[in-house]
Design a binder for this molecule. Structure first.
Ligand code: SF4
Length: 476
């Protein structure tokens, strides 16, 4: 790959799409709490943020960029109300419109709904087309907007539970927070791809993508919202029910544990840091190497590097110093400028490296371009040997469920052997964690989605899948 390719994207920041959601019910100062909850989930989305609070009326604040750029904290604190929902967003293209920033708000004959979504609805294009054929106007380019249209549709409005009825029309991955003027409902798709947790704060209820957000507002973690579960907080307390298909099987996104979630969070009942340390330990057993130091690619490689060092006995050292002042490189103008920013973000530490055989532990490799730059910078800093150890198996397949990996032919591991990838990134050796190693920390091994590693998609792949062809027959 040439230098233009190298600088096109920064794999740590661009080609993975996720979102963070947070909501409160029965909590005074809802706006402040949501702001804090979103702040602690900033790693899940940096392109836009929104807060909607229901008090004497429904008010919203939205903007593009990091939370601090998008929303003034004092304005959030001044929102009156005890029910609210918030969202941090990450789009795939780097081109964003403020209209796409969630929560999306829509007024129906039954009142107002505000929707915050984490995931990817694979049948959204078909549903959107059906609504548009019927004359509906869409205000955003997001897949999430179809839920508002479903909630407004007479087919679902007149059902005993419109949210359950509407969600059962959806295919794909979703963790939703859906606010009405008097209730807050959390829904997780039947396979439970995306994390969603429930907490208690005083007499109120809190929902979040990750438990780190509960801790940030002083809420007590109670439990996960289960796959296919609908939990509604309202004046009569909590009410739960299940979507059709709930409990048959689950397909939790294992990439949350590999890369996406914050190390201090509990995701799917597992502490993320502990899982990553276990990956590093297992990697040291599976792929040992004679070396002088172990370093990590900060931040997501830190825990696994620690595990690798502990198990191998090779001392851990700081190999890269991370700048916390480099912005979102993927939206910066010009390929060369972006490349310079990528290099600025992680500066190698020559004093630690000079003359050493170095093991570099990272969570994953996507395109391989950035890894090649990293290896080059380590050699330039005097490392005698550079051995890459990756705390997950090769990513060979795209994700259709909300993590924005590139297409197969852009993935460095697609149709390449480990030796070929090693040569491409310029390392002395390369070792990935095995699929068995990836599942080794868990008792519930069948309950994870592994599609980006093994190509076994739990619910089809997209517009060519059987699932989606069938979904076109659906009425709304
Ligand atoms: S394909 Fe990979 S990234 Fe996508 S949901 Fe499955 S495990 Fe997660």
């Amino acid at each position: 790959m040439d230098e233009a390719d190298v600088s096109e994207y920064e794999p740590r920041e661009c080609p993975r799409e996720e979102c963070g959601i947070f909501g409160v019910y029965g909590c005074p100062q809802a706006g402040s709490l949501i702001y804090e909850g979103l702040f602690s989930q900033q790693h899940r989305g940096q392109e836009g943020a929104g807060i909607v609070v229901s008090g004497d009326k429904v008010r919203s604040l939205k903007g593009q960029g990091l939370l601090v750029e998008a929303i003034d904290s004092a304005a959030a604190a001044a929102l009156p109300g005890e029910i609210g929902v918030g969202h941090v967003r990450y789009s795939t293209t780097g081109i964003t419109r403020v209209q796409n920033v969630q929560p999306l708000v829509g007024e129906t004959l039954d009142g107002l709904w505000a929707v915050a979504h984490n995931g990817n609805l694979v049948n959204a294009p078909q549903l959107r087309r059906l609504f548009q054929d019927g004359g509906s106007l869409f205000q955003t380019g997001t897949d999430s907007e179809v839920l508002l249209h479903l909630l407004a549709s007479p087919i679902h409005r007149f059902r005993p539970d419109p949210i359950k009825s509407a969600c059962e029309r959806l295919r794909g991955s979703y963790a939703f927070l859906i606010m009405s003027e008097t209730t807050l409902t959390a829904v997780r798709d039947p396979l439970g791809f995306k994390p969603l947790v429930l907490g208690r704060l005083g007499d109120g209820w809190v929902f979040a993508s990750e438990t780190c957000a509960l801790a940030a507002v002083g809420a007590e973690y109670l439990r996960e919202v289960g796959p296919g579960e609908i939990v509604t907080a309202g004046p009569d307390g909590l009410r739960t029910e299940l979507l059709d298909g709930a409990g048959r099987r689950s397909a939790r996104c294992i990439f949350e544990l590999v890369y996406f979630a914050r190390p201090d969070s509990l995701v799917f009942g597992h502490n993320v840091h502990r899982v990553r340390v276990a990956y590093g330990e297992r990697l040291a057993e599976e792929r040992p190497v004679d070396a002088d130091i172990v370093i990590s690619v900060p931040d997501s490689g830190n825990s696994s590097a620690l595990g690798y060092s502990r198990r191998s006995g090779v001392p851990f050292d700081l190999g890269f110093i991370r700048s916390h002042y480099v912005g979102r490189t993927f939206i910066m103008p010009g390929a060369n400028y972006r490349a310079a920013q990528v290099d600025r973000k992680l500066a190698p530490l020559p004093e630690a490296m000079k003359g050493k055989r170095v093991v570099v532990v990272d969570d994953s490799i996507v395109r391989g371009n950035t890894m090649r730059r990293r290896v080059g910078s380590l050699r330039g800093s005097g490392a005698k040997e550079v051995h890459l150890r990756i705390a997950c198996p090769p990513i060979r397949h795209p994700c259709y469920y909300g993590i924005d990996f590139p297409t197969s032919d852009e993935l460095v591991a697609w149709n390449r052997s480990e030796a070929e990838i090693c040569e491409l990134v310029g390392a002395d050796s390369l070792g990935y964690l095995s699929l068995e190693g990836l599942l080794s920390p868990f008792g519930d091994k069948d309950s994870y989605c592994l599609a980006c590693f093994d190509g076994e998609y739990p619910i089809g792949q997209g517009s060519n899948s059987k699932e989606l062809l069938e979904s076109r027959k659906m009425t709304t």
